[in-house]
Design a protein around this ligand. Structure first.
Ligand code: NAD
Ligand code: SER
Length: 317
């Protein structure tokens, strides 16, 4: 169903794991002629849309793209994630913060009307209560990625209160989808495992068997994003970023569910540096505020997610 508005949307980092699926959904809602995609380089998955080569740290070029297409809304997805961030901490800080400031400033100067910027469960740290982690709690992130997301949340709230910027965000958990590949996070094992299960019937997990983490099917994540962006402004009471919960599981539980479909599937464990990152994050998330303010509810549980991933990837892998 097409929404009949004058909105022109720019997705920055559109070639990534979320961007590819978000583009597809925004095309359906607004028409691909109203959705411009930007990234460092073109992606074969984005052929329907006008592509702009853009480094989000280049404020002048970003401004040119926004003016050229008369953009009214930006979804800013470009970032370095938790695992790649730890390989290059100062660059992760630079990219994650400069990109956010450049897009926030566009909204502050009224060149765009609305900005979406995702945060992460990485804003939490080892001192955070790890089960059913609430929206408001101790937050002492231990990765540069988490520090950049926490700082970003504070700046979003600041720009909302100080300059009236309509900025909205979600603290995504690990996202699992079959249409696009993940880009360097600690939760990526929960996507790779499906590809390897179908290819070679086995997988070596870089997280230990009992590592529980919050996760979400990509369809739920995109729906949450669009529900938040379409909610009336007065319902969006949190401008830093909302907790959103999907499901939680360990590698062992995920493997057991896969084995119901592929009885010979075997998992082994070789934890690496990502184990310490995972240990510092919550096991499950309380999203009472998102439920209350704009009616959030996830659809996917573990059996449904595994069935969906395996059946869709079967023909792809
Ligand atoms: P990704 O790594 O898959 O995609 C990021 C995209 O940004 C890539 O296509 C990359 O080429 C592009 N990019 C990198 N540097 C750029 C630059 N300087 N200018 C323009 N584009 C640039 O990431 P993703 O998983 O799609 O995540 C998108 C956002 O969602 C990020 O902010 C991430 O922190 C957040 N997030 C993702 C997850 C997840 O599980 N995928 C969870 C929590 C939060
Ligand atoms: N999936 C992301 C990561 O692992 C969470 O922000 O980095």
């Amino acid at each position: 169903m097409l929404i009949n508005t004058n909105e022109k949307i720019l997705i920055i980092g559109a070639g990534g794991q979320i961007g590819v699926e978000l583009t597809e959904n925004l095309n359906r809602l607004y028409g691909s002629n109203n959705v411009v995609v930007a990234d460092l380089k073109p992606s074969a998955a984005l052929i329907e849309n006008t592509f702009e080569q853009l480094d989000v740290m280049d404020a002048k070029r970003l401004f040119e793209v926004v003016k050229k297409h008369d953009i009214s809304q930006v979804y800013h997805l470009a970032a370095l994630l938790s695992a790649t961030g730890e390989q290059n901490p100062m660059f992760a800080w630079k990219l994650n913060m400069e990109g956010l400031f450049n897009t926030l400033d566009l909204a502050k100067e009224k060149h765009i009307a609305k900005l979406y910027w995702p945060s992460s469960i990485a804003v939490f740290g080892p001192t955070t209560p790890s089960v059913n982690t609430p929206q408001y709690t101790v937050m002492e992130p231990s990765t540069v990625y988490g520090i950049s997301k926490q700082a970003g949340e504070r700046w979003c709230e600041y720009y909302f209160h100080k300059y009236g910027v309509d900025v909205r965000g979600l603290r995504y958990p690990g996202l699992i989808g079959w249409k696009s590949a993940p880009g360097g996070g600690t939760t990526d094992y929960a996507v790779h495992i499906f590809h390897e299960a179908l290819k070679v019937n086995s997988y070596t997990s870089f997280l230990s068997e009992e590592t529980a983490l919050p996760m979400m099917h990509m369809e739920d994540a995109i729906r949450a994003t669009l529900e938040l962006m379409h909610a009336p402004a007065e319902q969006v009471k949190i401008r830093s970023s909302y907790n959103v919960s999907g499901l939680s599981f360990t590698p062992k539980e995920l493997a057991a569910e896969i084995t119901k479909h592929l009885p010979n599937f075997r998992i082994t464990y070789q934890p690496d540096f990502r184990q310490a990152i995972a240990n510092s994050w919550p096991k499950s998330i309380n999203d009472a505020e998102a439920q209350l303010h704009w009616g959030w509810k996830a659809h996917y549980d573990l059996p449904k997610l595994v069935e969906n991933m395996l059946s869709n990837l079967k023909s792809k892998v």
